[in-house]
Design a protein. Structure first.
Length: 500
């Protein structure tokens, strides 16, 4: 019997909970909004609390005999052509860690693209997995990293044949996509699994004009954030599995090891409802989003001083393999200002929040939720930004290193550097020292420096000049970067350890 995608098991169970007037002497303590603070109820509405019930012993019985979550996950797997799907209410930051633990263990190697999200670095620190860094493809003209290619992973496996598998990020937050089919082939010829951090690709399975998504491209595990490009609630993530290289029970156990024992049924409901929406209407919704994005891109290109990055900018030899047009990446350096100043101006003068902002770009992501009203407001704001640009000059310069200068020696394992003896030193004395913290421009959340890397003057100049220009470094102990947390000299190795 084919799955019935008109059903939504989590939503149906929540409706039944309400219809039967269940009375819980269990958490959550607000008891269906009755005990919630009146001001909170006024802002959030009671529907939020009505959907917030105990997952086991509330949404389902104490032994989960209704299989509510299991049925919802099976429907999700079918909708996106996976063999197994697992819901997470802790975001893809948890899901990717579970995937890493399922294929590697402490002191074993994992090939990882160095353009990975900070959650991957956190996974290395927590697990003790040894990273073998695979260099991204650096666009010197646009100061932008694209995912490594299949040849890069081939070379990394040749140098480290004992690596347990590979992890690649695709799409990037900028919409650039890797050649996942070829990377999967590189892994599978060695019977090694491929994990794809596809947090930005929840929409990809639902329209043929979008880049191929990880399961269709042959990946073994795919992690995706439904709240990013889908319509789930924040923290709503799923991870999918196929093939026989990873035991689904091991993956589930790893997720259980990291996940909460009090999952949010609100987030489950958002995941369940989004799957039904996409399974029934995804092609039409994504088709309209693509048409709208094309209109927006063309209109922005007509604004003096702005340029929208497109396939010709991102794809080609030594660059990305494919391109998602929905993250609309706008170059603002033609206005002689920075993305930081442009984003701040848009928020202050138009109550409009750009997603990414860096020294030369902002991002305005288009999803199936947008229409001509929302994009019209965006275009109006961008035209006024161009008119107001003289007031935003000169933007403080950001000293972006060449691609080769961004790469630093991994002098210690990230875990050893993070948990070992540390000290804080003035930034002027940090070059040559081993970082004991992540320093991550956010968003998009890709660490420029991470624990165990030997800091260099070009990277420190980049970060310091970035902070002066309004870059956000939320994970550094000193977000202004007057000081840097480094490995204490008595604990640092006197010679380079044999770490990848």
């Amino acid at each position: 019997m084919s799955p019935d995608h008109t059903r939504a098991p989590v939503l149906e169970a929540l409706a039944e909970y309400r219809d039967k007037g269940r009375l819980g002497f269990t958490p959550p303590g607000h008891k269906q909004a009755r005990g919630a603070d009146p001001a909170v109820r006024e802002v959030l509405g009671d529907a939020v609390f009505h959907g917030d019930v105990l997952a086991s012993g509330g949404l389902d019985d104490r032994r989960t005999r209704g299989r509510v979550l299991e049925r919802a996950e099976r429907l999700m797997a079918d909708a996106v052509h996976a063999e197994h799907t697992f819901f997470s209410t802790c975001g893809s930051s948890l899901s990717v860690k579970a995937a890493m633990l399922a294929i590697a263990s402490p002191h074993t190697k994992l090939l990882v693209g160095r353009d990975a999200h900070k959650s991957v670095i956190a996974g290395l620190i927590l697990s003790g997995i040894e990273p073998v860094w695979v260099e991204p493809r650096w666009d010197e003209k646009r100061h932008l990293a694209h995912a490594p290619g299949a040849e890069d992973f081939e070379a990394a496996f040749a140098a480290h044949p004992d690596a347990r598998g590979a992890l690649v990020t695709s799409p990037t937050p900028y919409g650039a996509c890797a050649d996942l089919r070829r990377i999967a082939d590189v892994c599978h010829r060695r019977s090694r699994p491929l994990v794809v951090d596809e947090a930005w690709g929840a929409h990809l399975p639902f329209h043929p004009d979008l880049p191929s998504w990880a399961m269709d491209a042959g990946a073994d595990i795919c992690v995706t954030s439904i709240h990013k490009m889908g319509s789930g609630l924040e923290q709503g993530s799923v991870f999918h599995l196929q093939g026989d290289l990873i035991d689904p029970e091991i993956l589930e156990n790893c997720a259980d090891l990291l996940g909460t024992t009090s999952p949010s049924t609100l987030i489950y409901a958002g995941l369940d409802g989004w799957r039904r929406q996409m399974a029934l209407h995804g092609h039409d919704l994504m088709g309209r989003a693509l048409d709208l994005a094309a209109e927006v891109r063309a209109a922005i290109e007509e604004i003096d001083g702005l340029h929208v990055n497109d396939r010709d900018d991102f794809c080609g030899p030594g660059l990305a393999a494919d391109f998602d047009p929905l993250p609309v990446i706008i170059e603002v350096d033609g206005l002689s200002t920075s993305g930081y100043r442009a984003a701040d101006w848009l928020r202050r003068h138009h109550a409009l929040d750009a997603h990414l902002s860096d020294h030369r770009r902002i991002s305005a992501q288009i999803t199936h939720a947008d229409d001509h009203e929302t994009t019209g407001a965006l275009l109006t704001a961008l035209r006024e930004l161009a008119h107001a640009a003289p007031k935003l000059r000169p933007a403080p310069p950001v000293e972006v290193p060449r691609g080769a200068e961004l790469r630093m020696e991994q002098a210690m394992h990230p875990r050893d550097a993070f948990f070992g003896p540390v000290e804080d030193v003035p930034v002027g004395e940090a070059a040559g020292r081993i970082a004991a913290e992540m320093m991550t421009p956010y968003p998009p959340g890709i660490p420029t420096a991470l624990p165990g890397e030997r800091l260099t003057e070009p990277v420190l100049r980049y970060l310091r000049s970035g902070v002066a220009a309004a870059m956000n470094l939320p994970d550094a102990k000193d977000s202004e970067l007057n000081t840097v947390r480094v490995v204490a000299e008595r604990a640092a190795p006197t010679t380079r350890e044999d770490h990848p």
